[in-house]
Design a protein around this ligand. Structure first.
Ligand code: ADP
Ligand code: MG
Length: 408
């Protein structure tokens, strides 16, 4: 007798993530983890099928990785981190026999291409251009402010510049005048430059199956890179129908068929939505953990299920709870960065520990007292988690403790 599970193809998890590994395991899916060689021993000790791979290597290597995974009877690749997105594209193009899947994944990896694609599809974006030199930045800043009818002596409207292919705000600079341009790192060219978008920033985590949105979460950003909560407060959730429409428009434009997407938008007071960017991987800011806390399902499992066209649609539909109404409360997180150069003491106040909204923290006193230089939002020292039933109180707590010095 043949066992359906034995015939099931492997899911390749691209990038090391214990949460993704647990999710695949819980789903009872055979899987293989593809990650850097340093995880080989751990994988061996825990009977995890593992392929050592360095994602920094050039894309010509994708054929070799494909052959390795094919030999293991792999059927689908799921990207966990930004650097693995185009690898998943290259692999899934082969697994599904559709070369365009790779080209689509490249749209997600180049901020300039991404913006252009969005604009061509009628999605509202700021004015943007690519910069290859400091002169380009200077000219763009000047032209944007001329268009805003600024005259000599008026303060400039800022422009934003960011390296075309980085995430996590790495290399992002707000340029207000010529002196800011002087400070720009030469090695980070080419940049995407964009006019400033006003309004409240938020993200969406949308689980897509067969080109349709199966579950849509809105994450309210309290302070970018520090704090956010799920689901969004009523004042933002009231735009849900409009946001849902905008996300479907994005899915259609980028021809996204399977998996998870994590777009960022700005909404202004009059309800105008501006598109920021979109990623197709696990979002940062502990958002998946927050969704799990609020809704009680594992977004890691959801991502794996939605990434695989072989998952029956009924399974997907049965998996997701109702949006917003089924959430048990608001789940929030605050990432903590030391504000001192040398750390001697960790101080977690009683008042925080006794707050009914406080769940847990994983702050620790590091072995080395010197604080590493900060690149983007890469290296926070730990996270505080909150849960409660009032979004105003949640916001208040996140703002209050963002100001607090946990490290001395
Ligand atoms: N045009 C813009 N207007 C206003 N804020 C911006 C703009 N571009 C970037 N930002 C801010 O910088 C952050 C990082 O930029 P983003 O394009 O999301 O790149 P990444 O997250 O990949 O570093 C955004 O989340 C937003 O807060
Ligand atoms: Mg971003």
């Amino acid at each position: 007798m043949t066992n359906a599970k034995e015939d099931q193809k492997l899911t390749a998890i691209l990038g090391w993530s214990l949460q993704a590994i647990e999710a695949a395991d819980k789903l009872g899916r055979p899987f293989v983890v593809v990650s850097t060689p340093e995880f080989q021993t751990f994988a061996d000790e825990n009977d995890i099928t593992f392929v050592a791979w360095d994602f920094d290597r050039l894309n010509e290597g994708s054929d070799e990785l494909y052959e390795k995974l094919k030999a293991l009877n792999t059927g689908v690749a799921v990207p966990i981190y930004e650097e693995t997105v185009e690898w998943a594209g290259a692999l899934n193009a082969r697994f599904f026999g559709d070369p365009r899947i790779f080209n689509r994944s490249l749209l997600l990896r180049d901020k300039g291409l991404m913006k252009r694609k969005a604009q061509m599809a009628g999605i509202k974006v700021g004015v943007f251009e690519e910069a290859h030199s400091k002169d380009d930045i200077y000219r763009f800043m000047k032209r944007v402010n001329e268009a805003l009818i600024k005259i000599d002596g008026d303060t400039n409207d800022p422009i934003h510049i960011k390296p075309l292919n980085k995430a996590g705000t790495v290399g992002h600079v707000v340029v207000r005048d010529a002196s800011d341009i002087d400070k720009v790192t030469d090695s980070d060219f080419p940049y995407l430059m964009e006019s400033h978008l006003d309004g409240q920033e938020f993200s969406v985590e949308a689980f897509i199956y067969d080109g349709k949105i199966k579950f849509l979460n809105i994450t309210e950003y309290v302070k970018l890179g520090y704090s956010n909560f799920v689901p969004a407060s009523p004042s933002l959730e009231k735009y849900r129908p409009q946001i849902h429409k905008a996300v479907q428009q994005l899915v259609d434009a980028f021809e996204i068929k399977y998996g998870v997407i994590h777009p960022e938008y700005f909404i202004s007071h009059d309800g105008t939505l501006n598109f920021g960017e979109v990623a197709a991987r696990v979002p940062g800011g502990h958002i998946f953990e927050l969704i799990e806390r609020a809704y009680g399902f594992s977004p890691f499992q959801a991502q794996i299920m939605c990434s695989d066209p072989a998952t029956p649609e009924e399974e997907i539909d049965a998996f997701f709870p109702e949006e917003v109404t089924s959430s048990k409360g608001y789940a929030g997180s605050l990432m903590v960065y030391p504000r001192v150069r040398l750390i001697e003491k960790l101080d977690v106040p009683e008042e925080l520990k006794n707050d009914p909204y406080f769940l847990k923290h994983d702050l620790f006193l590091p072995n080395t007292t010197k604080v590493a230089d900060r690149v983007g939002f890469g290296n926070h020292y730990g996270t505080l988690f909150f849960f409660g039933d009032d979004s105003d109180r949640m916001r208040e707590l996140l703002e209050q403790y963002e100001e607090y010095d946990f490290y001395h």
